[in-house]
Design a binder for this molecule. Structure first.
Ligand code: FES
Length: 321
């Protein structure tokens, strides 16, 4: 038997120790979903929080503020302890201001993170909740530290210690956030692999694609969704870039498709994401219709894409040492 090497987040697979995270998550997810999905405005706000209009995730951009501020606070706290006179006072003020800035910056970081987390399920949702709880505990530590700093100058040591604990917690939370993306593939575009050939490929007879009946074909392991709309044929990746949802099962409205999994909406004309959680455009294809045949070719600048992985071997192989 081949065992799986553990990762940072695999400890959260232990149901007896961490099953309670699912209970907390289910209720929180239900409430947040209700809040966003109650109206079109709610979905628009969620899209902005996801980063859909910018085609870039908001959460990783915003967390720089609390992380940077709290790192500065910890450094200034250390420098305060090593200096005297005017310098000591300056470091003290700098540290206090940095703790406060981090507390304020953590609020938009929390809201954007919540908008991304609410579309996760199973193990990823559980790890996301652990990430959120660690960061919340860090926020409380820094809040306590700031309270001591502004109300009781004699408890400077305790204030610094609380900041240190908060910083440790935020590092642990950050490590889980990295794990979510780099190991568990949260919000990584699901269309990077495999890569279709950079040339036109004949895929379908023209009369097999009629208006109102999208068709999915495959171009070297890449499923492509073909939609006839008036004089135009749209061809886009059939996988939703958010988490691989089957766009062929989605809802079509003119030149827009809505993913059936988390309701991301994309313009079929250029792949642009119109509603989150997806923030990455759909890969689009140029289409030729000639002599009763349809052919497609990827329309992106594909030269810098990594090569696709080889297909799995179809049977057992012996490798000579
Ligand atoms: S897979 Fe999440 S919106 Fe499509």
């Amino acid at each position: 038997m081949t065992r799986q090497a553990p990762t940072l987040s695999s400890i959260y697979e232990n149901d007896s120790k961490f099953g309670w995270l699912d209970t907390v998550s289910e209720q929180a997810q239900h409430n947040v979903h209700r809040l966003f999905r109650a109206s079109a405005v709610g979905m628009k706000i969620k899209s902005v929080l996801n980063g859909t209009p910018f085609r870039h995730r908001m959460h990783p951009a915003i967390i720089i503020v609390p992380l940077g501020a709290w790192t500065t606070a910890v450094v200034f706290d250390a420098l305060e302890g090593m200096s005297s006179g005017e310098d000591r006072l300056s470091y003290r003020k700098g540290a206090d201001a940095s703790v406060a800035l981090g507390l304020v910056g953590a609020l938009p970081a929390t809201v954007t993170g919540l908008a991304d987390w609410v579309d996760l399920y199973d193990h990823r949702r559980r790890v996301g909740m652990a990430h959120a709880l660690l960061n919340s505990a860090a926020w409380l530590c820094f809040s306590g530290s700031l309270a001591l700093r502004v109300t009781n100058g004699d408890r400077r040591g305790a204030a610094r210690a609380l900041s240190g604990i908060g910083y440790g917690l935020v590092m642990m939370g950050g490590a889980l956030g990295g794990e979510l993306v780099y190991t568990l593939g949260v919000n990584v575009p699901h269309t990077t692999y495999p890569k279709p050939p950079n040339e036109f490929t004949d895929v379908l007879a023209s009369d097999e694609l009629v208006e109102g009946a999208p068709v999915i074909i495959e171009v070297e392991r890449v499923p492509v969704l073909l939609v006839r709309h008036g004089e135009t044929i749209h061809a886009v990746d059939a996988w939703c870039p958010h988490a691989g949802g089957p766009l062929g099962d989605g809802t079509f409205d003119g030149d827009v498709v809505e993913c059936p999994w988390h309701q991301s909406r994309f313009c079929l004309k250029d792949g642009k994401p119109l509603q989150g959680p997806a923030a990455t455009p759909l890969r689009t294809f140029d289409v030729r219709e000639e002599a009763g045949r349809i052919s497609v070719s990827p329309s992106y600048e594909g030269q810098s894409w990594p090569p696709p992985p080889d297909p799995p071997a179809s049977g057992p192989k012996t490798i000579q040492a």
